[in-house]
Design a protein around this ligand. Structure first.
Ligand SMILES: Nc1ncnc2c1ncn2[C@@H]1O[C@H](COP(=O)(O)OP(=O)(O)O)[C@@H](O)[C@H]1O
Ligand SMILES: [Mg+2]
Length: 241
């Protein structure tokens, strides 16, 4: 076996972080390998988004290390983290309302990739035919589902080695949710690694290789994706209020 392939892509050790004066994450350690889909679970307010924001240097750093490939990315500016190969689909999508779908996509297009695959505009239209139909529409004319597809397309065009999705299916109609899940399944089994926050355990069980549960900023449980199905009741207890 090639030694390089078993080295984790992202390795976080004892990460503590939060917001000025209030610590949210306590010694969080985790890793993701190339091609792995990892689900990050936990109730509202447990620190999932804070963990993701910490990867992008957007929280107050309080200790620990974040390594992406051979590079330390702790406390780095977001654009540098993105350049290192992390693509982010943030909570709330954050697309440009006054740019068209195509302009939104092209605004994030990067010509170079650190993995073998390069995403082009045409690949995104193939993945989400609805975006091709809407390519001249402005961001603010899109439905919630279309905005989410656009946010995913934009993240892919940054040519990430790790795609990070925070509550991507939240608040969407069932049909659109299903479309997003089936698109994510298409991305699985490629070199792309995925870190996904969502509360739909059933859909996650088909997608995730591994999962972690955060409670009050600490990892309290972890396992294989399959357990999200076979051990659903126990894991649901971590998710309910
Ligand atoms: N910008 C912020 N400033 C201060 N506290 C915050 C901020 N954002 C989130 N928090 C607090 O951090 C904790 C974790 O929130 P968050 O990471 O958003 O949880 P989750 O994504 O798991 O729902 C919560 O107690 C929340 O109130
Ligand atoms: Mg959140």
């Amino acid at each position: 076996m090639n030694l390089k392939s078993i080295e984790p892509l992202l390795q976080v050790k004892d990460l503590s972080a939060g917001y000025a004066g209030s610590q949210v994450l306590f010694d969080v350690s985790m890793s993701i390998s190339s091609g792995e889909v990892l689900a990050l679970l936990g109730r509202n307010g447990m620190g999932k988004s804070t963990f993701i924001r910490s990867l992008f240097g957007l929280t107050t750093y309080m200790g620990g290390s974040i390594k992406f490939r051979d590079q330390s990315i702790a406390q780095q500016a977001s654009f540098k983290v993105a350049r290192a190969g992390l693509g982010w689909v943030p909570e709330g999508r954050q697309i440009f309302a006054t740019l068209t779908v195509e302009e939104n996509l092209m605004a994030s297009f990067k010509r170079f990739s650190s993995i073998s695959r390069i995403w082009h505009l045409s690949d995104i239209y193939e993945l989400f035919p609805r975006l091709a139909e809407r390519k001249s529409h402005y961001g603010n004319q899109l439905s919630g589902g279309e905005q989410q597809m656009l946010a995913i397309g934009r993240a892919l065009l940054t040519q990430p080695a790790l795609l990070v999705l925070d509550e991507a299916t939240e608040g969407l109609a069932p049909l659109i949710r299903r479309e997003i899940w089936s698109t994510l399944l298409k991305l699985k089994g490629t070199e792309l690694a995925v870190l996904i926050v969502d509360r739909d355990l059933k859909s996650l069980s088909k997608l995730a290789d591994t999962f972690l549960v955060l409670e009050k900023g600490q990892i309290v449980h972890q396992g294989l994706g399959l357990e999200l199905y076979t051990d659903k009741e126990r894991i649901e207890k971590y998710m309910s209020v």
